[in-house]
Design a protein around this ligand. Structure first.
Ligand code: C5P
Length: 389
């Protein structure tokens, strides 16, 4: 465990305790500033190992190997990780023991960021986290809520229980989907009106990206066909960027035959302009009329030729939710449909949480409001059952 100088360091004590209870051996390395937030005595007592902070003992010159812990561990968890440490990790700065341990670690590194919401949202931090992600570091989700600064937003350290759960998943490497191939559509399509404007919707892609991430973590080979989305590509996922419904249709159909399961999560435009102006349309009349034509219903077409593949669709309904979802399940020949309603608070576009009902031909399972990654775990569990039926 690496601990850095964040107020969230107080949670490191509980985290260490939970790791020990879960059966882990824990050695702790702290940055010098971390000692201001939680004492080495606390961490040494809980981890049952001496704490490492300096490269050598200033009293007697005893040298602490700057790489030994990185070689020893099965997992290097840096929690809390400040913006400063994250930036140094991204650029290979090695001016303390925590950082030399990172550079020499042969195991999976996991980072739980902890900082003020504006620091977390700053493009520098976002880019640094992306750099680490691309190098295979697992970045744990930072939940929204009250911050030490008095502000409220994203930047809190994930709760110790959630961190232990993630580590457990990572290390037990539930490779239950190894060898299985998946196609996921996610995000919003954009239908061009002219070279400048388009018709789109509020989808952010969060649910589809969370599903791609979960399936990849279970060992599946995942291709994510993504419309508009600002999210980083999940680890070990091949991403194909598309713009329009037509492009998404082509990309999906070209790959569908090779997969075991398709999850159609994208918010695909049902209609697209018949004509796309080659020049930017000028403002003249008080009203204008756009003529739209139907797009391919990708889920329906994939459903029609699914054979023994599993196809999962989504339904976002504002009225007669369950009846409409059941109708779509049948008409599109899907194995399961995930219903989310815009009526539920904390569900739908842009939220980190979702409240869904999983509907198949035989059952309806209403899940409580939970994070999109937890919803993704439930969906993945159900998909596994469908694949193994
Ligand atoms: O019919 P509706 O758009 O409500 O159905 C939603 C489901 O169908 C989602 O799984 C969505 O990804 C998929 N869909 C599609 N192609 C379309 C429209 C919807 O794949 N053109």
């Amino acid at each position: 465990m690496g601990i850095t100088g964040s107020i969230a360091a107080y949670k490191a004590a509980m985290l260490c305790r939970l790791l020990r209870v879960a059966g882990a051996e824990v050695k702790v390395v702290m940055t010098p500033t971390a000692k201001e937030f939680i004492t080495p005595v606390t961490m040494a007592t809980l981890s049952k190992n001496p704490i490492a902070v300096e490269f050598y003992n200033p009293e007697n010159g005893d040298w602490h190997s700057h790489i030994a812990m990185g070689e020893w561990a099965d997992c290097y968890l840096i929690a809390p990780a400040t913006a400063n440490t994250i930036a140094k990790m991204a650029y290979g700065i090695a001016d303390n023991l925590l950082l030399t341990t990172y550079l020499s670690a042969r195991c999976q590194t996991v980072v739980a960021p902890a900082m003020d919401c504006d620091m977390f949202a700053h493009p520098t931090t976002t880019e640094n986290l992306d750099i680490l992600r691309k190098r295979g570091v697992v970045i744990l989700e930072s939940p929204e809520g009250e911050l030490a600064s008095g502000l409220s937003g994203k930047g809190r350290m994930a709760e110790p229980e959630a961190i232990v759960r993630e580590i457990d998943n990572l290390l037990s490497a539930k490779q239950s989907l190894a060898g299985r191939r998946f196609l996921i559509t996610a995000g919003a399509t954009c239908e061009a009106i002219d070279p400048v404007r388009y018709i789109s919707n509020h989808s952010t892609g969060k649910m589809g990206y969370a599903i791609a991430d979960t399936l990849a973590k279970r060992g599946a080979k995942v291709t994510l066909i993504s419309g508009k989305s600002a999210l980083p590509t999940p680890q070990n996922v091949e991403r194909v960027d598309v713009c329009s419904a037509e492009e998404m249709y082509q990309a999906t159909l070209a790959r569908f035959e090779e997969v075991d399961c398709a999850v159609m999560c994208a918010a695909v435009a049902d209609y697209t302009p018949v004509e796309v102006s080659s020049e930017k349309m000028k403002k003249s009349d008080d009203t204008i009329t756009l003529t739209l034509r139907k797009t391919h219903d990708i889920a329906r077409e994939v459903g029609a030729k699914k054979g023994n593949r599993v196809v999962v669709g989504f339904a976002l309904e504002t009225e007669n939710e369950k009846t409409n979802a059941e109708k779509k399940l049948r008409e599109k020949n899907l194995d399961m449909i995930v219903l989310n309603s815009l009526r539920d608070k904390g569900a739908g576009f842009g939220c980190d949480t979702n409240k869904v009902t999983l509907i198949d031909a035989f059952s309806q399972e209403e899940l409580p409001l939970c994070s999109k990654s937890e919803v993704a775990e439930h969906i993945a569990d159900r998909i596994e059952k469908l694949l193994n039926r």
